[in-house]
Design a protein around this ligand. Structure first.
Ligand SMILES: C[S@@+](CC[C@H](N)C(=O)[O-])C[C@H]1O[C@@H](n2cnc3c(N)ncnc32)[C@H](O)[C@@H]1O
Length: 297
């Protein structure tokens, strides 16, 4: 397995995933009671957009670069704010080399992009806890450096699929499980559906957000059917198509399957992702689909 997220950091798929992640965390933070985040595929935590990998693909330019250049309505700007505040916080004015001077994180040029662990670290409170799993040793070391000293956070070498049974339910009984596999190996959709179904037996009230690529629509349909057959209550499916599917080996969109979404989320995402698709999908074939696999019974 040689997936390296640094090639893709800040691309449209990260934008969608991280903007949604921040909305869920904002909701969880509305009550004082502590909650827990389990990030099963954590990655390196922060990415250098001037680094060789990010520069080679330039994917971030059409993702976070485009978002930072765009103008949004006040309502959409408010929905994006928690996430974009974290992007700004890791790009202080003295950040140095500029991969793209026209994309600025507020006053400062965009140089770094925060991954899901840093977004969760920034948006959680003193009473909350984070478990971050990353199996690749070098990536895990980068993650530990990025997190720094924070007694609320544990970085673990645990395999994601084992973590789903080992660490659930959390003692707080509130929180989010983010599952974001690299989809480099065959069977990842099935592993993810199976992992969710088993985890849900242990912790039926947790919020789960499962990211998936839209390339091969048959694989996506199979995943959806597997979740439908499990008849889990309250599953919202979000599909963000950057363009119409052309080839099964090229990412044309991404999805998030969300179990037990906050009751405000579907409406928020209609607004927020609707605005993002207008900014990110440049060939006129982009669209957002948000629908219930199963609503509350
Ligand atoms: C898509 S990246 C994660 C990106 C991160 N969630 C974010 O949004 O910033 C997937 C990560 O999972 C790691 N990984 C792959 N298989 C894993 C497994 N079975 N358990 C835990 N981590 C795994 C990879 O090394 C990679 O860093």
């Amino acid at each position: 397995m040689n997936y390296r997220h640094a090639f893709h950091a800040g691309n449209f798929a990260d934008v969608v995933k991280h903007a949604v992640l921040a909305r869920i965390l904002a909701y969880l933070g509305q009550k004082d009671a502590a909650y827990r985040v389990l990030d099963t595929h954590a990655g390196a935590g922060i990415y250098d957009l001037a680094g060789a990998e990010a520069q080679r693909t330039g994917e971030w330019e059409g993702g976070i670069g485009a978002v930072l250049r765009a103008e949004f309505t006040p309502e959409v700007a408010a929905l994006l704010k928690p996430w974009l505040d974290v992007v700004r916080a890791v790009n202080p004015a003295e950040a140095g080399a500029q991969p793209d001077e026209s994309a600025t994180a507020g006053a400062a040029p965009l140089r770094h992009y925060p991954g899901s662990p840093l977004i969760a670290q920034a948006l959680t409170r003193p009473q909350d806890r984070l478990l971050l799993c990353e199996t690749v040793a070098g990536v895990r070391e980068s993650l530990e450096d990025a997190i720094g000293r924070d007694g609320r956070v544990k970085v673990l070498p645990t395999d994601a699929w084992q973590a789903l049974s080992a660490y659930l339910p959390p003692k707080e009984r509130r929180g989010l499980v983010l599952v974001d596999p690299p989809f480099e190996e065959p069977g990842e959709f099935h592993r993810m559906a199976h992992g969710l179904i088993e985890a849900h037996k242990k912790w039926p009230t947790g919020i789960y957000a499962l990211w998936y690529p839209i390339k091969d629509v048959r694989a996506v349909d199979g995943f959806r059917r597997e979740i439908e057959r499990a008849r889990l209550p309250k599953v919202l499916n979000i599909q963000f198509d950057l363009r119409a599917v052309r080839q099964v080996d090229a990412l044309s969109g991404c999805g998030l399957m969300i179990v037990n979404p906050p009751f405000t989320l579907a409406d928020e995402l209609r607004q927020m992702l609707g605005a993002l698709v207008r900014v990110l999908a440049t060939d006129g074939t982009g669209r957002v689909r948000i629908g219930w696999i199963t609503a509350e019974r």
